[in-house]
Ligand binder design. Structure first.
Ligand code: MLC
Ligand code: AMP
Length: 491
């Protein structure tokens, strides 16, 4: 069992990159070359972890599927990560080979040398030799995606071929993906939103993906106005950025773009709560009723407003096909009387296998076979509504899940910082923005600009605090543990 590329439309464009398009047949051929090149004489990679560090590109897609076809585990890396973060990804999963895009080869070389990882270019992975590709069970591990959480270091979420396929087919069914669909892809490709919801659903369905290495709002809007796309998926922050961009344009210019969005068959929002105000502004501007859905790296998508039927602002709808959802109270009892808030727990073929090499974390994330999401919801008039998360150490900023503990750990290494508490504060654009409350060592001073400069190269840019509050002391609980201060009043 392998995650297949659509085989029924060989002459259709699968990918469009810059001005070039690549058909399914061309992509299929390149994937085979990668798979054979990676095998390098072996019959099966047998779950070897192969990392790749590439922007959204033909090469990225060929690597992902090439590793899958050769029986390896794909480890897509974040092109925006700082070196210590990349090192953690490589060493914690025992990556043996890393394939880097041309722009990343020199940056990653020292890390590969230090950690005995073989560094390759895409060109060095291609082989045209005549060889059979392996066949294997659908229970074979396919993908490791890193997720931040309530531990200081990100955990590698392992998904099997069966789960990847289940995550894709649930979405293809629920949102009626078709081979005539055309979608832009500007989301990062080290997370399930970009990898599964956009790229994999499209390539499963025979649709066309326009690859953009990063979000470029004016460029995107030019293509939208030209009627290039009929499906669009983004995080709420991107809808806020689009609303700001469109409302700043003169009405004539904006009209073609809002019309382009309005003509699409589907606009989806997810990865973070979509504020009702954003839902309503988008509808007023484009006449599109956003479809909001809820998901997580460990489970793919779990809840979705209906494709056909009422899409309710502020709600995440109903369970996806094949996904079982149950709310539990804090005594671990299933909630049967609604509405009452409870933790969302999930069962189904879409659920991940394990955290890589971390049986304790895997065991503690399941109760009686249910995966515990840590998200709290209510079931109101038949639709789920997310109320928040059980951990204050998790921050969702622009769709990225960030660990306050990880950021605190880094900031504590700053020579001027004695104590620190990191928290997410409400922000119109980012949903939550990272804020750091610090107590300085005697005779030290710190500005936000100086802190940002110090963090550069130590943390990914999107984890670096956007607010800094210097305090005389931080609140503590009865056990003497540092607590999160209430920052809103201080800013
Ligand atoms: C960029 N910045 C961020 C940020 N993204 N800060 C906080 N949070 C973020 N998410 C910082 C940059 O480092 C920069 O800082 C400044 O903001 C402006 O950067 P930019 O380059 O203009 O930002 P942009 O490229 O527009 O990026 C914004 C974004 C991006 C929204 C396009 O963050 C993004 O692609 N987010 C999506 C993440 C995602 O796919 N999550 C899904 C996870 S899976 P400075 O200091 O240099 O100015 C999941 C499951 C599910 O959640 O349900 O889907
Ligand atoms: P990640 O671990 O990066 O996959 O992020 C998953 C988390 O994003 C979930 O546990 C939720 O907290 C959050 N999330 C995803 N979609 C939504 C949504 N529509 N509304 C609120 N939170 C969401």
């Amino acid at each position: 069992m392998q995650v297949p590329l659509n085989q029924t439309h060989p002459d259709k464009p699968a990918l469009v990159e810059d001005a070039r398009s690549y058909t399914y047949a061309e992509l299929d051929d390149l994937i085979n070359q990668v798979a054979k090149g990676l095998l390098a004489g072996k019959s099966d990679l047998e779950e070897e972890r192969i990392a790749f560090l590439m922007p959204a590109s033909l090469g990225y897609v060929a690597m992902l599927h090439g590793i899958w076809r050769a029986g390896g585990i794909a480890v897509p890396l974040n092109t925006a990560s700082a070196p210590p973060e990349l090192e953690h990804c490589l060493t914690s999963t025992g990556v043996t080979r890393l394939v880097a895009g041309d722009d990343h080869l020199d940056v990653i070389r020292p890390l590969c040398d230090q950690n005995a990882v073989t560094l390759l270019s895409l060109a060095a992975c291609l082989s045209e030799e005549d060889r059979l590709l392996p066949t294997f069970s659908e229970d074979r591990r396919a993908l490791i995606v890193f997720t931040s959480g309530t531990t200081s270091k990100p955990k590698g979420v392992v998904t099997t071929h069966k789960a990847v396929a289940a995550q894709i087919t649930a979405l293809v069914d629920a949102w009626e993906w078709q081979s005539s669909d055309v979608i832009p892809l500007f989301l990062p490709l080290h997370h399930v939103h970009g990898i599964i919801n956009v790229l994999s659903c499209a390539l499963w369905s025979g649709a066309t993906v326009h690859l953009m290495p990063k979000l470029d709002v004016p460029q995107l809007c030019t293509n939208v106005a030209a009627g290039t796309f009929n499906v669009f998926m983004a995080v709420p922050t991107i809808y806020v950025k689009l609303i700001d961009y469109l409302t700043a344009l003169n009405p004539e210019e904006a009209k073609a773009i809002t019309h382009g969005f309005g003509e699409m068959r589907l606009n989806v929002s997810g990865s973070a709560a979509c504020p009702v105000e954003v839902f309503e502004s988008w509808q007023a501007l484009t006449k599109q009723v956003l479809l909001e859905r809820y998901g997580m790296t460990e489970i793919g998508m779990a809840l979705s407003n209906p494709y056909r039927g009422e899409r309710r602002a502020g709600c995440v709808g109903l369970p996806m096909p094949g996904v079982t959802v149950q709310l539990f109270d804090d005594q671990d009892q299933p909630i049967t009387e609604h509405p009452a808030p409870g933790e969302i727990r999930i069962k189904g073929n879409t659920v991940f296998l394990e955290y890589w090499n971390n049986p304790e974390a895997t065991a503690s994330s399941f109760k009686d076979g249910w995966f515990c999401t840590g998200d709290v919801a209510v079931l109101e008039d038949g639709y789920y509504r997310i109320m928040g998360r059980s951990s204050i150490d998790i921050i969702k900023s622009g769709g990225y899940k960030l660990s306050a503990l990880e950021i605190e750990g880094k900031l504590l290494a700053h020579p001027g910082i004695a104590e620190v508490a990191v928290l997410g504060i409400e922000d119109r654009t980012w949903g939550e923005a990272v804020a750091a409350a610090v107590v300085l060592r005697p005779a030290q001073q710190l500005t936000l600009a100086a802190l940002k400069a110090w963090c550069d190269g130590r943390l990914s840019a999107y984890k670096i605090p956007k607010r800094l509050v210097v305090m005389d002391s931080l609140p503590r609980n009865a056990m003497g543990k540092v607590m999160k201060p209430k920052l809103k009043e201080s800013l």
